[in-house]
Design a binder for this molecule. Sequence first.
Ligand code: NAI
Ligand code: MG
Length: 395
Amino acid sequence: MSTKTIVVMPGDGIGQVVMQEAIRVLDAVGFDADYIKGDIGWDLWCREGNPLPERTIELLKEHKVGLFGAITSKPNEEAAAELLPDLKGKGLVYSSPIVGMRQLFNLDICIRPCHTYKGNPLNFIRRGAKGEIEEPVVDVVIFRQNTEGLYCGVEWSNPAGIVYEALRTHKNFAKNFVNVPPEEIAVSTRIFTRKATERILRAAFEHAAKNGYKSVTLCEKPNVIRETSGMMYNMAKQIQNEFTGIELWNTNIDAQMMWLTKNPEDYGVIVAGNMFGDIVSDGFAGLIGGLGFACSANLGRDVAVFEPTHGSAPKYANYPVSIVNPIAMIESACMMLDHLQENTLATKIRTAIANVIKEGKVRTYDMLKMKGSPDVVKMGASSTREMGDAIIKKL
Ligand code: NAI
Ligand code: MG
């Protein structure tokens, strides 16, 4: 086993504390790595006018693997107001460094697993036909296209000139909006390319084949969004031909959000475009404990970045004793280990987490369904550090 170099980007707020726990757990399991800190986030925006400095980009280019905590984003006016005086009035515009990182390194495959831990008091429960309580086991992996679609940022308010003229050539625009002046219109485009769509579909089918899932569910809306969702569905049908034994299910995003609480145990691998993937992955995360449990991988051809899906939770950021749940961050580190083919280490950590949860002695405030406050530790909740300690002890 050779020493790996990991670019560690804790970022803002609780990103800092959950990252510390992830590194402690990685050390405890015996992962042989050097960690280099990558600057990213709100501080960098305020002090340097760039939340994703060139030096961090260079580190990722060189070392190829990043572990990321969370960042804080704020609306344009607030962002401009918090710049250091020297940087004000220079036309700097804030943009999210995690979205920037995904686009810059073409991290187009986002993987978000959601699986039930036995004994987690936050597990989804429902009533069965005879009124009995059922606790379905969720074992779902969402493959979200990470760079295109509605989040690609090709958008206009007041689309004047050739954009407006081009829109007017579309028969449905002529039918529905022809008398609306451009200043009354905002447009966000949903662009899918065949190349990126094929990559995310293939990644989903390959994951299903490799891990024994019997279905891949395409979660889009091809009956209404005919060009983009429709293209994705047609491509999915073609690719499915190469994977005998794996069924292709086609669900609409709206119906899927209803079904995921009715029969979540029926789903295996889910694949979707950028926005619907974002939505459906939060939906499934809610069934397994929410943001404290939701981890993810962002994979490009060359660079990969692993992160919890939660944000910087500023209201909990500066507690003398941190209360947030580090499991999503630690699970993201496990996904990094899988990527580096350190599967045995990843499995050890996951087993340790499962044992801590099953035992039920150490639970952060979210697992006790408390409202977050500095008092929760006095009220019996475990701190972020205590959860890290408990996982390390099981290792
Ligand atoms: P958030 O995910 O930071 O927090 C929402 C709520 O979820 C928190 O108030 C807390 O109750 C709970 N929560 C989050 N992480 C938790 C954990 N590890 N353990 C226990 N409870 C946890 O989302 P919010 O409040 O909408 O955004 C706060 C900031 O984070 C914003 O500036 C936003 O732009 C940014 N953000 C960054 C993301 C990223 O870095 N990838 C993703 C989402 C939001
Ligand atoms: Mg999201």
